[in-house]
Design a protein around this ligand. Sequence first.
Ligand code: ADP
Ligand code: MG
Ligand code: ZN
Length: 481
Amino acid sequence: MEYEVVIGLEVHVQIKTQSKMFCACPNRFGSEPNTLVCPVCMGYPGVLPTPNKTAIMRTVAAGLLTGCDIAEFSKFDRKSYFYPDMPKNYQISQYDLPFCEHGSIHINGKGFSGESLPDKTIGITRIHLEEDVAKLSHFARCSGVDYNRAGVPLMEIVSEPDMRSPDEAYAYLTKLKQILEYAGISDCDMEKAQLRCDVNVSLRPKGEQKLGVKIEIKNLNSFRAVHRSLVYEIQRQSRELTADVKLKQETRGWNDDQGETYLMRSKEFAHDYRYFPDPDLMPIVLTKEEIATIRTTLPELPAAKRQRFVQDYGLTNYDAEVLTQERDIAEFFDQAATAGGSPKLLANWISSELLRELSTASISIRECRINPQQLSELIKLIENGTISGKIAKDVFSEMFTSGNDAATVVREKGLEQVSDTSAVMAFVEQAIAANQPQVEQYRAGNAKVLQFFVGQVMKLSRGKANPQMVVELLRNALDNN
Ligand code: ADP
Ligand code: MG
Ligand code: ZN
């Protein structure tokens, strides 16, 4: 029997804010355990939560960027459960009235191994806002609880069961992460657990409309783990189904070392969370005007940027694609191109020299000492013939380390291109005089020798002679003597 794979994802994303969701504790990663806590996030009796407005606005922004309907009326609910990661014994979450519903994400990206996937739209069921829970660490003889993370604003983005392969799940996650990073909603640093993922997967006979029995794999912390666990789970389920084993709905974990999923709990032990509206929190009312205001803060997304770069700056699709992968890089290019200089040259310099230097220095473009205006000035120096493209690379390296302007580097190092005819001619004559055998070869009809002479002249001028002028003068001198 041939089976169709059905996948739906639940993605948890910590929202970038100064403070936690319902108290004034800092929302910060990496502090000493239990130093970023207060009576509210420790769940002491009698305290009152105060919702974080920025977190709400960023959740709405995420909804707008994924084409969701935004609720003008929503509320927070208590999700009751008993576990040490939640001191109140309930988590404040949203049940039936989340902020965002009925959105979608367009995937047109690449799968896990880089192969291009066809365009497809994945539905977003809902995005709701909740608070993160404490982090548990298990040691040899005891466990530790760090409440610094308890109460950090957390968005849950639930997809429709629209994905049909592990690669589509990978492309969906990549796109979602890119959108959230672009909009500054979250840094999505998976090593800091800022983005975590539960995947739901089932199989059904090809052509069947009814969904199959779903298995949920909990708490995957890398896209690679998502892809691998799905591949594994699809094989396992298909083996079971082929052997006529009836699958039961269950929750499984992923052992990354073993490369296997394992049973955590089956449906019979499903929680009853006894959701009910949190009596300490007023429902949240957002007016159309407030939602419209949030809309004005949304960034231009990669697809729109790419199109604009092609239209306004005449870039190729490929260049535009490379430059728009990261928002900071796209903005660097945009500012440089606005400052002037050939956009094509700027694009080349950013995607080759600049990105290479950044990766060698392992710094981000934000930490780069060259600003967009300075790169634009460098490009203008190449275009107006002050320096050659080759010399420009040395100038660029120097700018990268010192942060100096191109003009300053050129002046201080005496790197101006020599475009003065008599000066270049002097180098040409010198090269000809020193290489008589090659002159004979040239005159005997070996035109390739011209390149040799160009090399000689460039060497004599220490790379500064204007290359076009060198070729012209050399031809003249060799042909007419
Ligand atoms: P639960 O109530 O168990 O959380 P939901 O219906 O809320 O289940 O769905 C959770 C996630 O699982 C969603 O992303 C949804 O798209 C996905 N999902 C639901 N049913 C299936 C299925 N049969 N196969 C694969 N994914 C599914
Ligand atoms: Mg669920
Ligand atoms: Zn607190």
